[in-house]
Write a protein that binds this ligand. Structure first.
Ligand code: ZN
Length: 171
């Protein structure tokens, strides 16, 4: 029976890899390897994606780019059109480099791991504050609703009156 498994010539590929590594050493001008900033760190803040949802704003010719809608990155001075791309941008190499970080993650040491454990130990009992339960009482809600309706119908009545006046005046 023939063996259908692919067989790799280890020596051949070892040789190729060595050559490739040497070649990279010789031409390490590629921007990929060039940048050596601080090690990559985790974000310690929440990326704001929702605060402008459902809001509208006026965009004029002189409006600064950061106010023209979409997601503006003040580090890179660029605007991204949607939240998905914005998040991608925040995690992108370009953005990290503009922040002064390389793409190599920080290596954990025994010390940092210990600190992390300590942190969780200290925060064990503290759970996230729950949102206060809003109690809905039918009667008070109904009252509010009715009051609201009365108010709007009152407004409508006044508006209609004013319209009538205008009509009369324009005759
Ligand atoms: Zn950026």
């Amino acid at each position: 029976m023939a063996d259908h498994r692919r067989k790799w010539n280890r020596e051949e590929y070892e040789e190729k890899a060595k050559k490739r590594r040497k070649g990279e050493d010789a031409t390490s001008e590629g921007e990929d390897e060039e940048f050596l900033g601080e090690p990559l760190k985790a974000r310690d803040f929440r990326v704001d994606l929702e605060s402008k949802v459902g809001k509208s704003s006026i965009v004029a010719k002189t409006t600064h780019q950061s106010q023209t809608g979409g997601y503006f990155c003040d580090v890179c001075d660029c605007t991204v059109k949607d939240s998905l791309n914005y998040l991608d941008h925040m995690n992108s190499k370009k953005h990290q480099q503009n922040l002064g970080m390389g793409m190599d993650p920080e290596r954990s040491t025994l010390e940092t791991v210990k600190k992390r454990f300590e942190f969780f130990k200290n925060n064990k009992g503290q759970k996230r504050p729950k949102q206060p339960l809003v109690e809905y009482k039918l009667k008070s809600r109904l009252k509010q609703q009715v009051a609201g309706n009365v108010a709007t119908s009152e407004k409508e009545r006044i508006r209609d009156k004013q319209k009538d006046k205008k009509k009369k005046l324009s005759r």
